[in-house]
Design a protein around this ligand. Structure first.
Ligand code: CAA
Length: 697
């Protein structure tokens, strides 16, 4: 059932019932319309209350429905809102929990609104690359003023009911209720009081802004480029300007036209894909939602370096005690100091108060002996990336940890099954690959070993949510999903330098495409000695994998990146912004001479296609091998872990948008280039198969 009609005295109560968030799906819209009609027809009914069941009033349009014919079926959201607004009997929205998007617009169409304290109101549309398209941009400015409304609409950020109610002269919230328990009663009291009053409509309120032209120009100037790609922010401003300068009807026309344009945009398709991909990522194939979980009350972190301390902070932030283990007092002190320093800087920036800082530090126990981990429910190893060192650590963990504890490795490339084999409990071993800085980056690659137990997987996936990470499951392979794919991108980036591109040109082309940072800037920050070590290992394990030699020339010249003051770029002391490097230019020139390549002019399109399609081709192989269970998981890895632009939806979605037959043809053309590792460019069978059927990942 999508909604339900009850009566309390002479008040009809329509309850929205569409779990989990009462999204405005077609069946729900239909049900609300028919219950509204019934309430209007019934002469005994004098007023109507609209309330949501469960966790909130309404989370907005049904995101799953957008691409389906149901989205446009009557009654649409516009029709429902119009019917509520035109009702001759007063309609009161009783709002709790969440009131978002189309749900917020539904509430704005009602004549009065009672909100439970703590309710979050938001127009998150801009985060999907669209705008509130059911009157939100026209009604909200009339209810809370142009400036407040514009802030909410262009930011998408939730605002709590109490703050909205405190806005001078606002007409959005007529009454605050103490909570969900009192909400319906308060709404019925208000409804009864308003029976004899002509229902007021927000649309009839004036909408004014002093110096409108100058104000909206200022708003446009303040828009941060790249905040949300595409035209969403620009159009939001245009709609609110229409609200302030035109009639309600004309403003609605502007809103509708711009909304429809955004609905047809590639940014919207991408951002909607990302929203759904993020929800899907948490679901592990073959593991049901009711799989029992192990309790995680204390976490041990082995290694107090950059990764270990960042990992530890995630748990401290979530109120989970952490034992931090190091081999020497000096290293341990350094680790504790790093954590304290990070919190101190958050305090200075006003992101943390002293009480919270003290509470988090109090949860941290420094330790020098593995025995201190005996009572930990989960230990995460974040030590140096060699199998020999991992062996020592896992044998030690196996010896001290209690039965049922989870043993996790933060390895980014090594064979998790081998690591599990160092213990007598491979079923309790899992990979938890955090991304640096580990306390900030949202991505967590959860590596499922051949023997990892289901309840271990269920536990760590739930734990990821508690520490505010988006977990994506990867099978075992060299580099897992993210690093295995990036390696192919980096190989192509190296070949492009051999052939004539400069690191700066490659970085700029990728940044223009939308990547947060070009690959050579990232490499300089991560350390070129690290990538060199990985190539050394690969040379033994995968002698078939060809690399440009330019990375080795860089390493040999001591240019290890930001930390040595020079890498692909030069760096001034204490600075991280890259400067063009004459030394590097010379190294590249000498390298090309040595391998006998005459540089050619390479355009940005080739750079972007070679680097992004390298991700796509390897991504398709990863899918075929079952390392990732969905293409959308790969997209999440790249958006959250590698700075791929969300508004392009991730590499696999991007390939879908390009058309897989075009992608396959382009790959085949790259295979003609002897310097680009032609064998790699044979399109993965999955791409050819899908392209043949005009299908997508
Ligand atoms: N449509 C369909 N399903 C939705 C949904 C929506 N608008 N919002 C959330 N859900 C689903 C999620 O997919 C998830 O499903 P699963 O349990 O199957 O994974 C479930 O609800 C719970 O979501 P969360 O895990 O995110 O729960 P939360 O409590 O952390 O957050 C929320 C709830 C704040 C509503 C959050 O889900 C959210 O931000 N949703 C998006 C809201 C949104 O963008 N609404 C605007 C839609 S566009 C619109 O309305 C256009 C218009 O003007 C006509």
């Amino acid at each position: 059932m999508s909604s339900e009609l009850n009566t309390v005295g002479d008040v009809a109560v329509i309850t929205l019932k569409n779990p989990p968030v009462n999204a405005l799906s077609y069946p729900m819209r239909k049900a609300v319309m028919s219950e509204l009609a019934a309430a209007l027809k019934d002469e005994r009914i004098k007023a109507i209350v609209l309330i949501g069941q469960g966790k909130g009033f309404c989370g907005g349009a049904d995101i799953h429905e957008f691409d389906t014919p149901e989205a446009g079926l009557e009654p649409t959201a516009w029709t429902v809102i119009d019917a509520l607004e035109q009702s001759a009997k007063p309609v009161i929205a009783a709002i709790h929990g969440i009131c978002m998007g189309g749900g917020f617009e539904l509430a704005l169409g009602c004549h009065y609104r009672v909100a439970a304290k703590g309710t979050q109101f938001a127009f998150p549309e801009v985060k999907l690359g669209i705008l509130p398209g059911a009157g939100g941009t026209q009604r909200l400015p009339r209810a809370i003023g142009v400036e407040n409304a514009l802030n909410m609409i262009v930011s998408g950020t939730p605002v709590v009911a109490e703050m909205l109610a405190a806005i001078p002269k606002q007409t959005l919230i007529d009454a605050l209720s103490n909570g969900i328990d009192t909400l319906l009663d308060d709404a019925i009291v208000l409804a009864t009081r308003m029976i004899a009053v002509t229902p007021p409509k927000i649309r009839d309120l004036p909408c004014e802004q002093a110096n409108a032209a100058a104000y909206f120009q200022f708003a446009r100037n303040m828009t941060v480029p790249g905040l949300v790609a595409g035209n969403a922010v620009k159009y939001c401003i245009q709609c609110v300007e229409a609200a302030a300068t035109q009639s309600f009807q004309d403003g609605m026309k502007v809103e509708h036209e711009l909304f429809m344009r955004l609905l047809a945009s590639s940014e919207f398709r991408a951002l909607k894909h990302v929203f759904l991909a993020e929800k899907m990522a948490g679901k592990v194939e073959g593991i049901s939602r009711d799989t029992p979980q192990r309790e995680i009350r204390r976490v041990g972190v082995v290694g107090g370096g950059l990764m270990g301390t960042g990992i530890a902070m995630n748990f401290l932030n979530a109120g989970i005690p952490v034992t931090l283990l190091e081999v020497s007092q000096e290293a341990l002190d350094r680790g504790v100091k790093t954590i304290a320093g990070n919190y101190a800087s958050q305090l200075k920036k006003g992101k943390l108060d002293q009480a919270k800082l003290d509470a988090r530090m109090a949860l941290l126990t420094p330790a020098l002996s593995y025995d201190a981990l005996a009572d930990a429910d989960l230990a995460i190893e974040a030590v140096f990336e060699t199998l020999a060192i991992k062996e020592t650590v896992f044998k030690a963990l196996d010896a001290v940890m209690k039965p049922g504890a989870i043993l996790a490795s933060n390895t980014s490339t090594l064979d998790l099954n081998k690591i599990a084999g160092f213990t007598r409990r491979p079923q309790d071993v899992v990979g938890l690959h955090f991304f640096s800085p580990a306390n900030i980056m949202k991505l967590l690659e959860v590596v499922q070993g051949d023997q990892t137990a289901d309840d271990v997987m269920a536990t760590v996936m739930a734990l990821a949510g508690k520490i505010r990470k988006t977990a994506v499951v990867s099978g075992v392979c060299d580099g897992f999903i993210g690093n295995r794919m990036i390696e192919e991108l980096l190989r192509q980036a190296g070949f492009l330098i051999d052939e004539g591109a400069s690191p700066h040109q490659i970085d700029k082309a990728m940044e223009k495409f939308g990547m947060a940072m070009g690959p050579f800037r990232v490499a300089d920050m991560a350390g070129n000695d690290i990538s060199w070590a990985i190539r050394q290992r690969r040379a033994v394990e995968r002698p078939d994998l060809r690399y440009s030699e330019i990375g080795n020339r860089l390493y040999e010249s001591g240019r290890h990146g930001v930390k040595t003051g020079g890498g692909w770029y030069d760096y001034l002391p204490g600075r991280r912004d890259p400067q063009p490097s004459l030394i590097m230019e010379e190294i590249i020139r000498a390298h090309r001479d040595a391998i006998g390549i005459r540089p050619r002019k390479i355009d940005d399109q080739e750079i972007v296609q070679r680097l992004v399609y390298a991700l796509v081709n390897e991504g398709a192989r990863i899918l075929e091998e079952g390392i990732a269970s969905r293409a959308s998981d790969i997209d999440m890895v790249y958006i959250l872990g590698y700075g791929f632009p969300a508004w392009k939806g991730g590499p696999m979605h991007y390939a879908n948008e390009q058309g897989l037959s075009k992608v396959a043809r382009t790959m085949q053309s790259f295979a003609q280039n002897p310097y680009a590792d032609p064998a790699f460019w044979q399109p993965a069978p999955a791409i050819e198969r899908l392209a043949d059927h005009y299908d997508t990942f």
